[in-house]
Design a protein around this ligand. Sequence first.
Ligand code: SAH
Ligand code: SF4
Ligand code: F3S
Length: 466
Amino acid sequence: MQEDIKIQKEYINKVQKINEGKNLKYIVYTMGCQLNENDSEKISGMLEQMGYSKTEKIEEANIIAFNTCCVRENAEDKLFGKLGEVKKYKESKGTIIAIGGCMMQEKHIVEKLKKSYPYFDVVFGPHTLHKLPEDIYKAIINKQRIEDILDIDGEVIEGLPIKREDKYKASVAIMNGCNNFCTYCIVPYVRGRERSRKAEDIIAEIKCLANKGYKEITLLGQNVNSYMRSERENGKETGEINSFAKLLKEINKIEGIERIRFISPHPKDFTDDVIQAIKESEKICKIIHLPLQSGSSNILKAMNRKYTKEQYLELVSKIKENIPNVVFSTDIIVGFPGETEQDFVDTLDVVKKVNFEQIFMFIYSRRVGTPADKMENQIPEEIKHERFNRLKELADSQVEQNNKKYINTEQKILVEGKSKTNENMLTGRTDTNKVVNFEGTSDLIGKIINVKIIKDHIWYLEGIAK
Ligand code: SAH
Ligand code: SF4
Ligand code: F3S
């Protein structure tokens, strides 16, 4: 597979020669999760080396790349809307249209594209991302439509070019795929089975980021805490750092990196060694994203989450006992098939007990090919919405109360840049991922500084630099 990268570098050079002196531009639409964003940074990296430069204006682009998501229906709708819009550019100036991402792993979607949007040039999936240079070259030279989708899991590919969006915080994929098959979720079907990157490659990438001045790293994976698990179980070569806990401790040692985050861990795999590693590693942010999905043991069973309400709460208590001042964020789905009023009340109960810092709430969305889609007791839309609104009300009131706790405290803020709405203000985040705006000069950007919090708003806090 690493051989493939050499071949792709040759294609990059070939396209770059064709493009030389033409001042060509690209735009990438990212439609999914942080792993999808990370893939988009790799798409941008490859396109830049092929001689395209980035534009924000779609009408200027010579190549338009879509990085799609299919986790919920509304993510899918985004693509079709946008494809309608780009047809005129294809017709008027021959803009290259490349569509990638998880949605392309769904056969019915690619069929729909061919039937209703036949003007695309390339479709590629997460397993063939690294072959984009070859696909684009062939689309340019042969003027033919390229379908490059693999049904088998792609191997871990190292060494792709990457153009990062931020200067001080970066995401680093540590593993890909999922073996859990939660009954509502399409991800295991489109991303394949779990496979982890070698620790030495991950650490080398993070050291390189630290040398470039990056301060914050977010480790990414569908199940970060099963890092190297399937390799261990299948007797594959793992190297010495063969668990998530060990990886965290190694990354904590990297000089220059000041903050480490990770998403998402699975509650069922949150072992004691991981809790211990978080406790011991001063750079790991003391906010843990712990997806709940539902607070009802019945629904959790139907979701195939492999923990009960009580086990989730026990885990939270154990983490709170071990790690002083830890806070939590979570994902919750409302309206899963068969969810009764009592099940939903159980979810509200867990939310009250844990007091999450942030909740990502989703209305259950039927996904073709998943077991939950075939369940008979689907919940009517109006009930789903009513429950969503009730959950949102509770979540908002918790955020409001939690924000008040910050007032008059001093927080360490990684300054990310100027505020988008006010030139004189800087913006950054606390260790717990709260946005803080404060007055300051641009020499503070990229540094971690102390800020006293003076006022709370629902979406951000206001402070004074110390
Ligand atoms: N691997 C991660 C999350 C992957 S998807 C994890 O297990 O936590 C991100 C979130 O989307 C999930 O946590 C879940 O809350 C939500 N989600 C996934 N499938 C969904 C569906 N069919 N309908 C609504 N929300 C869904
Ligand atoms: Fe989907 Fe469950 Fe895997 Fe997360 S753990 S990606 S929700 S199947
Ligand atoms: Fe979407 Fe794929 Fe991420 S389905 S949520 S982009 S893994």
